[in-house]
Design a protein around this ligand. Structure first.
Ligand code: BES
Ligand code: ZN
Length: 459
């Protein structure tokens, strides 16, 4: 990487932030159909931006939200190694809005942070790589490798269009490895290479009782209450030791190696600090595992949403007709999402009394991802992290999911280097999401350094 690239990245900070703010103003919420047009606009904005920095760009239509594919210019049949950067321009819903200090889609810089929905997850993080590549293109510095950016618009809802599109795009995605910054690092003094992610399996259970909401005085005591039944059923899914009670749930779980358990112990983490940061009196999790393991290498079952009855102002004396729960399980290597959902459905059916009718709907899913962090590409990534952040990087597994990464491995036969730039207090998926400007700045440097190191490692 030339001095010009570094200088370019330093000189243009202000401009980059203005551009990123423009991107963040587009409310590309993929989960809400009212935002479909905004999601499309974000794809168009991104494609135009990629073109403006010198990438050969196209927008690929899908049955859902479009995919932006942008490539560094190539001369004839390129002999350079080829890498891919993956990211997503869709964002999580911003609700509940009243908990935001400023509007989610009106980006605001305060101190070292840029606040906006999508700042860390994931517009800001893939923007870092775009800017690093821009520094080569705009200073006339020859790139040591070919790079393809693949940025999708459905990551937050399960990447359902990208998985099939990947098969079609395969011939032009002959990449040696994939780089993803859509995750985290423990803090700015611990840059990280993540070598594992959890999988996920989503579902929704609905219980229906009487054919309409009933007066709870007239009927209460004689007709079952679906909200009460739902609570009783869900309460049985976990025991006092924090173990999920669905029979077979743990059958396929790969145990942690001694090496991994030792690594997890060395990780910069304090239970008391985490509890304080999150505003809970104490942490809770599966017995016999520490917090680091519980958050990354153990499977879980969580209720994500509960809906039933009257939720407006004041009280309303009814027996609700319907109650439902959205549930997701986080999965670890070797667990199969389809099997887990089958086991869960069977178990819930057994727990469900005759007084209500149960329906079970499967949602999106994806397997866990783990790779050995010891190849030449991992070595290159660790070097780039250390040079840019000036601290030795840590190796870790994370609890979040990016299911498409397992499709990359299956279809493109390439491993993914997860170089997260998010910090624990970035509030991904929560109100007041932000990205650290230091992570943004050092991330760009890391990315600029990375391409040379990866290209060297490919030879
Ligand atoms: N950026 C996250 C994934 C992530 C977060 C990985 C933190 C590692 C650490 C991504 O945008 C995300 O939220 N993914 C979803 C996937 C789901 C909808 C299939 C998730 O993990 O909930
Ligand atoms: Zn996310």
């Amino acid at each position: 990487m030339s001095k010009e690239c570094i200088q370019y990245l330093e000189d243009k900070q202000e401009q980059f932030l203005e551009e990123l703010k423009e991107f963040l103003r587009i409310p590309s919420v993929s989960a809400q159909s009212a935002h479909n047009e905004d999601v499309k606009n974000a794809a168009t904005w991104l494609a135009n931006h990629c073109k403006s920095i010198g990438l050969k760009t196209r927008v690929i239509k899908t049955s859902g939200h479009p995919i932006v594919l942008a490539k560094t210019p190539r001369k004839g049949k390129s002999k350079k190694p080829h890498f891919m950067v993956y990211g997503h321009y869709d964002v999580q819903p911003p609700e509940p809005l009243n908990l935001w200090t400023s509007q989610p889609f009106e980006p605001r810089i305060e101190g070292d942070n840029l606040f906006a929905r999508g700042s860390t997850d994931n517009k800001g993080q893939h923007f870092v790589h775009l800017k690093a590549v821009e520094s080569y293109l705009k200073t006339g510095t020859e790139l040591p490798c070919d790079i393809t950016f693949l940025i999708e618009g459905e990551e937050e809802v399960g990447s359902e269009s990208l998985a099939p599109a990947l098969e079609k795009l395969k011939p032009e995605l002959d990449v040696a490895a994939i780089v993803v910054s859509d995750n985290g690092m423990p803090d700015l003094k611990h840059p990280a290479l993540t070598y594992g992610l959890r999988g996920v399996a989503a579902c929704e259970i609905t219980l229906t009782g009487p054919n309409r909401d009933l007066h709870s005085g007239i009927y209460g005591g004689a007709v079952d209450n679906p909200a009460m039944v739902l609570c009783q059923m869900l309460a049985q899914l976990r025991d006092a030791d924090g173990r999920i009670t669905v029979p077979g749930f743990y059958d396929d779980v790969s145990p942690l190696s001694k090496l991994e358990r030792d690594q997890a112990k060395r990780f910069p983490h304090k239970d008391a600090k985490l509890a304080r940061d999150l505003g809970v009196r104490e942490l809770f999790g599966e017995r016999n595992f520490n917090t680091v393991e519980r958050r990354s290498a153990r499977p879980t079952l969580e209720i994500n949403g509960l809906t039933s009855g009257y939720q407006g102002e004041g009280s309303k004396t009814i027996i609700p007709s319907v109650a439902s729960a959205k549930i997701t399980c986080r999965l670890v290597p070797n667990q199969k999402p389809e099997k887990i959902l089958r086991l869960l459905e069977r178990h819930l059916k057994r727990l469900c009394p005759k007084s209500v009718k149960m329906s079970f709907e499967k949602g999106h899913s994806g397997r866990a991802y783990v790779t050995a962090p010891d190849g030449p590409f991992a070595g290159a990534a660790l070097e780039a992290l250390e040079e840019a952040f000036q601290y030795p990087p840590v190796l870790m597994r994370e609890g979040g999911s990016i299911p498409i990464v397992t499709d990359f491995k299956r279809v493109l036969k390439a491993d993914t280097l997860l170089l997260g730039l998010g910090l624990p207090d970035d509030n991904a998926h929560s109100p007041n999401e932000k990205m650290s400007l230091t992570a943004f700045r050092k991330g760009m440097k890391m990315s600029a350094l990375l391409w040379e190191k990866l290209a060297r490692a490919a030879k």
